[in-house]
Design a protein around this ligand. Structure first.
Ligand code: ZN
Length: 368
């Protein structure tokens, strides 16, 4: 199947690096190199159909990391390099983990540079270790460096005025929220299971200081399905993205809200992620680029997702739909895989979840 596309641009760029496999625990751990093997396997069976380009990751520089992490935390990481141990009960490090984390953050930065330069409009990054729980000053929740935050800060340093991070990992991205809590130039949006690890991300946490209104939390009770997620985008996140009009969208893409995932209790399926991507993308207004109006570039950064089949299938479904969306074509997936429309009745508890988030955010955004 051939798709029309700009011959100067691949359909998407893919960041990957062998160093990401070198972060591994001696004991059994859900955040393991096999996660990337499963995604690569799925991509190897589909990539002949899509013109893509593999973008080498690079190490993030000290200065790039210092935009979001503290000097003392950098020292802590330097001291752990080449050793084995744990930063906390969940978060191991092995001989090459600190090197892998620097490469993962640098991979996000490299992708970000391409998106900001506008010589690609869509990118995916297979990053390990993941990033969204890493705060400015500590590793936690399997995360060492906050890849999405480092990338967003880099986009700002390159001159972008507004960057949006949508975090659809089932866990709240406490690190990303903390880093940008007072910053109106980076909109942080999270859809997450609540109650669940790490316990942050209440609907009433909306940012502070200049950043008031630019943290958007939509905590959802367990068992939320595609209809709940799409209703959250339709009623809350879509209108906010539309009003914010970001120059760049980064997705903190964990796939652990999948019904098969062992670490959470949500009910998404592979195609739910495709539908979620499409609904977010449709909400983005076009932005002036030179003389043209174009949708903002989109970078999809891997976070969690611990069932290998669910992870690979969801990643592939997201990628196929993202390529279609960024190519300006309707996503074929909608017809082949009928899904619950967002107008289907939600459970009372999920309606209450959405109403609570809306009530917290109406002070700052026009929501129906
Ligand atoms: Zn997660």
């Amino acid at each position: 199947m051939l798709h029309s596309h700009n011959v100067m641009q691949p359909a998407f760029v893919l960041v990957d690096d062998v160093l990401f496999d070198m972060h591994r625990s001696d004991a059994a751990h859900p955040e393991r190199p096999e996660r990337l093997h499963a995604i690569r396997q799925a991509l190897s069976m589909m990539s002949p159909q899509l013109p893509s380009e593999t973008l080498p990751a690079r190490d993030a520089t000290h200065d790039e990391l210092l935009r979001v992490h503290t000097e003392s935390y950098m020292t802590t990481l330097d001291q752990a390099a080449g050793l084995k141990g744990h930063f906390d009960a969940d978060t191991y490090y092995s001989h090459d983990s600190v090197a892998a984390a620097r490469r993962a953050a640098g991979g996000a930065v490299a992708l970000c540079e391409r998106l900001v330069r506008r010589d690609t409009k869509l990118g995916f990054a297979l990053l390990r270790p993941p990033g969204h729980h890493a705060t400015s000053e500590q590793a936690m929740g399997f995360c060492l460096l906050n890849n999405a935050a480092v990338a967003a800060a880099h986009a700002r340093a390159l001159g972008l005025g507004r960057v949006a991070i949508v975090d659809w990992d089932v866990h709240h991205g406490n690190g990303t929220e903390e880093i940008f809590y007072e910053d109106p130039h980076v909109l942080y949006v999270s859809l997450h299971q609540s109650p669940c690890y790490p316990g942050t991300g209440a609907a009433s946490d909306v940012g502070s200081g200049d950043g008031l209104g630019y943290t958007v939390n939509v905590p959802l009770s367990a068992s939320a399905d595609t209809a709940v997620y799409l209703a959250a985008v339709e009623r809350i996140i879509g209108p906010i993205l539309n009003q914010y009009a970001p120059d760049l969208l980064l997705i903190s893409a964990g796939f652990d809200a999948h019904v098969r995932d062992p670490l959470a209790e949500m009910k998404l399926e592979d195609q739910s992620y495709a539908a979620l991507f499409e609904s977010l993308f449709r909400a983005l207004p076009e932005r002036p680029v030179g003389d043209a109006l174009l949708p903002p570039g989109v970078g999809v950064l891997l976070e969690g997702g611990y069932d290998l089949a669910a992870l690979a299938g969801s990643f592939q479904a997201t990628l196929e739909t993202a390529v279609a969306c960024s190519d300006g074509r309707p996503a074929a997936v909608a017809d082949e895989n009928p899904r619950t429309p967002p107008t289907a009745p939600l459970t009372r508890v999920h309606e209450a979840d959405l109403e609570r988030a809306q009530a917290s955010l109406r002070r700052f955004w026009r929501l129906d």
